[in-house]
Ligand binder design. Structure first.
Ligand code: KIV
Ligand code: ZN
Length: 537
């Protein structure tokens, strides 16, 4: 326990709270891919989902527990409301994990008690105590959260926390559920808990916070100064409403400013020992993976991982950086895994060189993935003389993020121009192996392609987001297309990369349609034993 208080525990909730972002829903395989990358990032805890919420969530937590939750891996955590059914589902899903944690919660603010739970403070106290003890009967590691702690009466909070710790909670997590507090208030709340909960030394203090006022990271750093030692955060700050505190911002703040924070950990100011165990060189890759799979675009000026975060536009800045990097740079781009974008491969490079470079970049591909990625690389290298590390990353990400193939794009052909009506012809291979061709006219080439695909696939949906990003500079750059489409009340994302953005757009659309089809198929096969999805908080 003492050793854990000497550093920060990073609890990643991208797969639970992050997945609650509107439209960010991920399938089981995608969650597994992210969980593996979170393990490479070396997070301490992965909150893998809310097992009682849906069969998909249960399966994802169970698979992550089986495959990523080995002894040397991270703790795998499942969320559960403070009731027996939720706790039993979490315990069952977490069973395969070497280190499983149940995270149970109940609201403590008067506004939640009165309007949501319709319970008295005494009732909430009793439930918290009983359910922590119940969770403890399944696993050794239990975390308890008083939801909406930021707006709860501190005196009541102290009582609930004391009872939860006495019942066996080894982590108590303080959520600013609605992102309402300011940094000094949040710091004072943590200090108050340290000073007024008699058995607080038996638990780690954790914080969880939302970004409604853009203060989540600042709040957490103030909490750290006042004794919080676990931070609950998400990649790219995704999450409910305005999102959660961003992992990359917290980790890099604690890394770049460690001399400032060292004294709060009883370390000499000049100590170089990291305050977290995160492998910061995995940050950029993890950010891109989460953005591509969730379809949640990262704004260019986003701290740490935005495309402009290390770009210097003004002449004065460029001149300064050329003379001495640190004039305008407080951290090195390589520290978050942004390579120097070296030109390593070209069209004469063989499979061996390709595989080697991918290994150096930290990608682990199956034989089939490697073969497919190599074919794409060859096609790109034919069109583009120089293939950079960023191009390689884009090719590989597009390959490993493919949902199971249902429809396959065999051909796309477009004619457009200022004197032509944009017309597209597509050929798709259908799930039965048939090849179907159709054509359509649209307002532009992408619209024409999507209309032609719709004529073949015939699943009514609404395209709600379409974005194109170039991977590197230059006219021959690879373009990445990310789209999101709505089907009923569900949102599906698609992502693809190609030197031709019309081809990338077609593949991204097929990618999203395959996800949609996969989900419909799964829903159909589960319809005999449906689980009632529950609202998450
Ligand atoms: O925001 C919140 O309060 C939560 C809890 C379940 C920890 O997500
Ligand atoms: Zn939350």
């Amino acid at each position: 326990m003492t050793e854990l208080r000497d550093r920060i525990i990073i609890f990643d909730t991208t797969l639970r709270d992050g997945e609650q972002s509107p439209g960010a829903s991920l399938n089981v395989d995608e969650k597994l891919t992210i969980a593996r990358q979170l393990a490479r990032l070396n997070v301490d805890v992965i909150e893998a989902g809310f097992p009682y919420a849906s069969p998909g969530d249960f399966e994802a937590v169970q698979k992550i527990a089986q495959t990523v939750g080995e002894e040397s891996g991270p703790i795998i955590c499942g969320l559960a409301r403070a009731n027996r059914k939720d706790i039993e589902a979490a315990a069952k899903a977490l069973k395969p994990a070497a280190k499983g944690r149940i995270h149970t919660f109940i609201a403590t603010s008067d506004i939640h008690l009165k309007h949501k739970l319709k319970k008295t403070r005494q009732e909430v106290l009793a439930i918290a105590e009983e359910m922590v003890a119940y969770a403890k009967s399944f696993v050794e590691d239990v975390e308890f959260s008083p939801e909406d702690a930021g707006r709860s009466d501190p005196e009541f909070l102290y009582q609930v926390l004391e009872r939860a710790i006495a019942a066996g909670a080894s982590t108590i997590n303080i959520p600013d559920t609605v992102g309402y507090t300011t940094p000094s208030e949040f710091g004072a709340l943590i200090r108050g808990i340290k000073e007024n909960v008699p058995n607080i030394d038996k638990a780690i203090i954790s914080v969880h916070g939302h970004n409604d006022l853009g203060l989540a990271v600042a709040n957490f750093l103030e909490a750290v100064k006042n004794g919080a030692r676990q931070l609950e955060c998400t990649i790219n700050g995704i999450g409910e409403r305005a999102g959660n505190a961003a992992l990359e911002e917290l980790v890099m703040a604690l890394h770049v400013r460690r001399q400032y924070f060292n004294s709060f950990f009883g370390r000499p100011a000049e100590s170089e020992e990291p305050l977290t165990q995160i492998d910061t060189r995995q940050i950029y890759k993890t950010s891109r993976l989460v953005s591509n799979l969730t379809g949640m675009f990262v704004q260019p000026n986003k701290a740490i991982v935005g495309t402009n975060a290390f770009a210097h536009e003004s002449g004065i800045h460029q001149d300064g950086v050329l003379k001495h990097k640190q004039t305008y740079e407080i951290m090195d781009a390589q520290s978050i895994g942004l390579t120097d974008n070296q030109i390593i491969l070209g069209k004469l490079s063989g499979r061996h060189a390709f595989a080697n470079r991918l290994k150096e970049l930290g990608f682990e591909l199956s034989e089939t993935e490697l073969n497919n990625a190599f074919l794409t690389f060859k096609a790109v290298a034919d069109k583009k003389k120089e293939v950079t590390d960023w191009d390689l990353e884009s090719i590989v990400n597009a390959e490993i993020q493919q949902p199971p193939e249902i429809f396959r794009l065999e051909l796309v052909q477009v004619s457009c121009g200022d004197r032509a009506r944009p017309t597209a012809t597509v050929t798709l291979r259908t799930p039965t192996g048939e090849e179907l061709t159709d054509a359509a006219i649209g307002t532009g080439p992408v619209d024409a392609v999507y209309k032609a695909i719709n004529r073949v696939v015939n699943v009514p949906n609404q395209l709600i987001e379409f974005s194109v990003q170039s991977v590197t500079a230059g006219i021959d750059a690879i373009g990445e297309v990310t789209i999101r489409l709505r089907y009923g009340d569900r949102i599906f994302s698609g992502h693809a990369a190609n030197t031709d953005i019309i081809v990338a757009s077609a593949h991204a659309y097929i990618n999203a349609l395959n996800r949609l089809y996969g989900a419909l198929h799964k829903q159909k096969s589960q319809s005999e034993t449906p689980a009632t999805p529950v609202a998450q908080s």
